[in-house]
Design a protein around this ligand. Structure first.
Ligand SMILES: *Cc1c(COP(=O)(O)O)cnc(C)c1O
Length: 380
């Protein structure tokens, strides 16, 4: 170490980022430059051929019939809920262990999120907990496919059919994942995707999409996301919609990035396999359902020693994250007035123990080994 601690010694190993976005994009540089040149030349910066092409490709990738690009993943969720008629007085069942956006979308349409617990092994929504929460005002269930693994859409699909509920997928962390053969995006009534830069399929900015087999539903979302315009007459506004479109440039970027998504997901899987071999006892990788094909959006472990682990990782200049430190039912934004907060022990315990380790398509074996070596010192 140097005296000032700011200039690294020559033998200090390079920092390991939690997610190496610049490295991923450097590998795609020529394709991304070509998108910029093409769009700049043809001059259609909203809509345009890149958008149509991406929507077709992404629907096909998800093995679903239709896709519409929107402004971001949160809007995608909100627009799906609006398009299926969820509104004031309706309840939507949402796992407590998710990003706040899942619940925000429910609130944005005037509905009430009802939080349920997750399964201790996968930390994904527990279908039995959903079944127990369904009541006369329940309109929909959101299956959140967290960390790259799909929720049990078999059990949730059966429940939704039995109870007459809409099953909506929050697939923001699961581009390319499967469960019992079905792709994320094709397993519920409709799915919301995010293309935030850090997702498995990421734009160079914000973006999102709604995917469904229900072509009419996707068209309703398209209208809502484009000022409620009617399909045939752009000056006729059928409903009070909004503006939430996917930019032409971002659509072009996403088509280019989609070509390497499967290879990148496979690279992430190799990173997680190596963690499984190398991590010391005391760091348990979140479990996978045998029916699931994960795309490893994040490499999440559970540990009793999180504070010591994060301190050691930071000291070794290794990136880490916590997804998420406060479960949604404990967030002030979603405290329903007059209602007691539910007690959801699995989510609450996990929030204190989970830790996300570096996991990028570019993460090397040597980097995984360095992370594991640092953690081995923690539990020694
Ligand atoms: C990223 C994310 C969202 C929101 O997507 P944005 O594009 O950031 O609006 C929603 N749900 C989950 C689970 C996410 O990870």
């Amino acid at each position: 170490m140097t005296a000032l601690g700011t200039v690294p010694d020559h033998d200090d190993p390079a920092p390991i980022p939690l997610l190496d976005l610049r490295g991923v994009h450097a590998g795609a540089r020529a394709d991304l430059d070509a998108v910029w040149s093409t769009v700049l030349a043809h001059g259609r910066y909203v809509g345009g051929p890149e958008l149509d092409e991406f929507e077709d490709r992404f629907a096909a990738y998800c093995e679903a019939r239709a896709c519409v690009g929107v402004g971001n993943g949160t809007d995608a969720l909100e627009l799906v809920l609006r398009a299926i008629g969820v509104g004031a007085g309706d309840e939507v069942v949402v796992p407590a262990n998710t990003f706040a956006a899942t619940a925000e979308a429910v609130c944005a349409v005037g509905g009430t999120p009802r939080f349920v617990d997750v399964s201790p092994d996968t930390l994904l929504v527990d279908p039995a907990a959903v079944a127990a929460e369904v009541g006369p005002r329940t309109a929909a269930v959101v299956a959140v496919h967290l960390f790259g693994q799909m929720a049990d859409v078999d059990a949730l699909g059966r429940l939704a059919a039995r109870e007459g509920l809409a099953l909506v997928e929050d697939a923001a962390q699961a581009h390319g994942a499967r469960f019992a053969g079905r792709r994320a995006g094709g397993a519920g009534l409709a799915a919301a995707f995010s293309f935030y830069p850090g997702k498995n399929l990421g734009a160079l900015g914000d973006g999102g999409a709604v995917v469904s087999d229900d072509v009419g539903l996707v068209e309703r979302v398209r209208r809502l996301a484009d000022h409620g315009r009617s399909a045939g007459d752009r000056h006729r506004h059928e409903v009070a919609g909004r503006n939430s479109r996917l930019d032409t440039l971002q659509a072009g970027v996403l088509s280019a990035r989609l070509r390497t998504l499967d290879a990148e997901n496979a690279a992430r899987a190799r990173v997680v396999d190596r963690y499984r071999e190398r991590l010391p006892d005391g760091f348990r990788l979140v479990g996978a359902d045998p029916r699931a094909e994960c795309v490893h959006h994040l490499a999440v472990v559970e540990t009793d020693d999180r504070d010591r682990a994060t301190a050691a990782l930071s000291a070794a200049r290794i990136g880490w994250g916590i997804h998420y430190p406060v479960p949604c039912h404990r967030q002030p934004a979603f405290a329903a007035p007059g209602l007691r907060r539910p007690v959801l022990p699995v989510s609450e315990r996990a929030a204190d123990r989970i830790l996300s380790l570096p996991c990028s398509p570019t993460t090397t074996d040597a980097e995984v080994d360095r992370v594991a070596a640092v953690l081995r010192e923690v539990v020694r």
